[in-house]
Design a protein around this ligand. Structure first.
Ligand code: SF4
Ligand code: SF4
Length: 314
């Protein structure tokens, strides 16, 4: 499409959906001819996903499938008995579902609550470290081809799994990036288990960080819409989060979700940020990268609109 026609098209879209300019920027950055179908698909993955669009959160719902119990890293703010803190509220244990059970639940949920547009896997551990994640996504692709597929990850295995995720129609991705400096990362992670090798301190943090950034880059090549979660840990990464925002913005990340620390495990003595601190930090970060400000810290088995969960009714 010629540039001026493309801009008119984008303008019309962005009139209704202001995120259009971000897509245009991404298209320019990649120096690719404008692709109308891709654009429409990306817009849908923003405007109908309750986490990627604040407007959508009033209209559409998501369904988290808790099929992934194991994790391959240890964050110092996470107690493994609970859901992944990166994406969910701690203290709420989920029943881990088997992939075949998930099909039954999704069928029932979208029949009873047709506004559910997104099927997501967000834990309770690290989705990419659990084979059940891929079995579940395969079943979802087969049985529910029109529902959007979304996944949250710590990113360690993302470079090697991005292609498979794309083949399984995962179009929205969240990667938790707490640091882009191994010195700071070493304070956040107790260990990183990379293909059976236990890496600690800066060595582990460096591998994790490199894989996260490489994985995001790969996800962008597959035109996924990527959100980055960052846990705001006073005294540890608070002054550094802006560097995270700058680095991931360069890679084409769509938005950042700042998650205030819940003090537990090795960080139980850290005073968590106040709502005012979070707001101030979001303002600062918003100068660099679009911020998500409507996150509800959902359980790994949450179903429904954000803040209006219906899992008890299924
Ligand atoms: Fe816990 Fe999630 Fe970190 Fe794994 S990635 S240790 S489940 S917070
Ligand atoms: Fe969306 Fe936040 Fe809930 Fe994840 S935890 S589904 S980003 S609202």
């Amino acid at each position: 499409m010629e540039k001026d026609k493309r801009n008119t098209f984008l303008y019309c879209f962005s009139f209704f959906y202001p995120q259009g300019d971000v897509m245009e920027e991404r298209s320019k950055k990649k120096k690719i001819p404008f692709d109308r179908d891709l654009f429409a698909s990306q817009m849908r993955r923003i405007k109908e996903h309750p986490c990627f669009s604040e407007r959508a959160c009033h209209l559409f719902g998501r369904m988290h499938l808790a099929v992934a119990p194991k994790c391959n890293i240890q964050c110092n703010y996470c107690i493994r008995d609970f859901d992944c803190v990166n994406e969910s509220r701690p203290g709420v244990c989920s029943r881990v579902l088997k992939p075949e059970e998930a099909v039954f639940y999704v069928r029932k949920a979208i029949k009873d609550f047709p506004y559910i547009k997104v099927i997501a896997i967000a834990g309770p551990g690290e989705p990419l470290y659990n084979e059940e994640t891929f079995e579940t996504l395969e079943l979802m692709k087969e049985n529910f081809p029109h529902q959007m597929k979304c996944l949250s990850t710590n990113g360690l295995l993302l470079p090697e799994k991005a292609r498979e995720l794309n083949d399984l129609n995962v179009g929205n991705l969240t990667v938790t990036v707490n640091s882009v400096d191994p010195k700071i990362g070493a304070k956040i992670y107790s260990f990183v288990n990379y293909h059976g090798k236990i890496l600690k301190g800066e060595e582990g943090a460096k591998v994790l960080m490199e894989k996260q950034l490489e994985g995001i880059k790969k996800a962008m090549e597959y035109d996924m819409i990527v959100k980055v979660n960052t846990v705001y840990i006073p005294g540890i990464n608070d002054k550094h989060i802006i560097e995270v925002a700058k680095r991931v913005k360069e890679l084409g990340v769509y938005m950042q979700n700042l998650i205030p620390l819940i003090p537990q495990y090795k960080f139980e003595d850290i005073e968590p940020p106040t709502p005012e601190d979070v707001e101030k930090k979001q303002e600062e970060l918003g100068e660099v990268l679009k911020q998500m400000t409507h996150c509800r810290r959902c359980r790994a088995d949450a179903i429904g609109r954000l803040g209006h969960d219906v899992q008890d009714q299924i």
